[in-house]
Write a protein that binds this ligand. Sequence first.
Ligand SMILES: [Zn+2]
Length: 242
Amino acid sequence: MLADLEKLLILQDRDRRLIRLRAEVADVEPQRRLANAHRTAADQEADAAKQASLRLESERKRLELEVESKKEQISKYAAQQWQTRKNEDYKALSHEIETCKRAIRDLDDQQIAVMEQLEAAEKRSAAALEAQRKARDDAKKQLEQCDLAEARLRKQLADAETARAEAAAAVDPLVLPRYERILKNRGDKVLVGVERGVCGGCHMKLVRQDIINTQNSLEIINCPNCGRMLFFTPDMDVRPHD
Ligand SMILES: [Zn+2]
């Protein structure tokens, strides 16, 4: 094989590694965001559950106070009954007392309902707190893992960049720009094999002379369709398709 091709294949290998490492580094930040998002969601849920409990608790207190105030009113009406001499006033006050008693029974029923809701809300709140604790632990671990992974990847990336620069320096400076241009336009498949008479990159059928030239490896042949560099190794089957 042409020496240039061998050097280019090494360069392509290193470029592929670089591209893979860069993608892995870029993937760390979304993982961090995901870990933080899970934690934030758990925080919000725990907070909402706590607020729901607090609302019910204050509703329960409000009902309690209302019962107290109705009881006070009853005492007041009863005292007025003692003082009044008019029968109709007495009856009116009795009616007021009855109304207050009915209101107290209603309030008691409401209190029971609120207590039941409160009990359920407190259970939900406890579960949400537990979930929050777990989510925070998980997020902490995940973020630590992200930091470790990023540090490791950045080290690998730095090494890969050095290795890439070394491989690029070994390539003929007249050939390198051609390679770089294809890399930029076509991604990490710059050099492709010739299998069964087609380009390994775009799969277009190649003309016989290009196949022969590739086999002979006298110069670097580009695919006339996609422009990639073609190469041949003895294990490749160059017989064209029928
Ligand atoms: Zn092609």
